[in-house]
Design a protein around this ligand. Structure first.
Ligand SMILES: *Cc1c(COP(=O)(O)O)cnc(C)c1O
Length: 231
């Protein structure tokens, strides 16, 4: 056996039920409306059969972290299920921006001026005004993408005012070795002071904490689909 996901369709259906239930319970506990928390099923490095199982169960909201992998997997599925909403949740190179704008419905990882400029240009060229999130590097980790918290206000303003990007929210990935709560709280604070209502935060290990701190979408992969294949 490899580490590759071998979750059956019925395992995956049961996992969706469990995770959706836990989101509902967390929402209830923190006096939030469960309908305000969307579950983004992160299907990166999962077989198409796993995605098919989720689609058969009625799920339509997915996240992928690489443009090239998504291009191999999603055009056929999107043709069959036109109501799929596909989010890019991984770092985007400027030379892939054009392809990303065609394939994805929401881009969650706008993290630097150069990318913001290229995206604005490519959206205009493609006639697609995609909603975007600004990724904030709340832990100021060197290897991680995202604008630093102290630069976020200025960057959000640049994206909105100078580039007319449709900025709808903020996204973060807390450092793995730290408690996520302060990072989620910080993201919420930056969003609030910039009048942004959406927060994409929380993964398999911490989505309930993210719900507590106001997540409007959680990005869950392994808890739904099982272990991923190696990169
Ligand atoms: C892979 C990934 C996830 C999902 O992580 P799990 O721990 O498998 O739930 C969420 N967000 C981003 C940005 C990812 O790259």
């Amino acid at each position: 056996m490899t580490a590759e996901s071998d979750a059956s369709a019925s395992d995956i259906a049961a996992n969706f039920e469990e995770i959706e239930g836990r989101i509902r319970e967390a929402a209830e506990k923190w006096e939030r409306n469960a309908a305000d928390v969307n579950l983004i099923a992160v299907s990166k490095r999962q077989p198409v059969t796993a995605v098919e199982a989720a689609l058969s169960g009625g799920h339509r909201l997915f996240g992928e972290n690489r443009v090239q992998e998504a291009q191999e997997k999603w055009p056929d599925l999107k043709a069959r299920y036109p109501d799929i909403e596909l989010h890019l949740i991984g770092p985007l190179q400027t030379n892939k921006a054009k392809d990303a704008v065609v394939l994805f419905d929401v881009i969650e990882t706008v993290d630097r001026p150069k990318l913001a400029h290229v995206l604005a240009k490519e959206m205009k060229a493609a006639g697609r005004d995609l909603p975007v999130y600004i990724q904030v590097n709340t832990g100021k980790e060197e290897q991680k993408a995202g604008v630093f918290p102290e630069d976020a206000d200025r960057f959000i303003k640049e994206c909105r005012d100078d580039l007319a990007l449709n900025v709808i929210g903020l996204m973060c990935i807390p450092p793995v070795e730290e408690q996520p709560a302060p990072h989620f709280a910080l993201l919420g604070k930056i969003a609030a002071r910039n009048g942004l209502s959406r927060l994409s935060m929380g993964m398999s290990a911490d989505f309930e904490t993210a719900v507590q701190f106001g997540a409007t979408s959680v990005r869950v992969g392994t808890a739904l689909f099982g272990a991923r294949s190696a990169p």
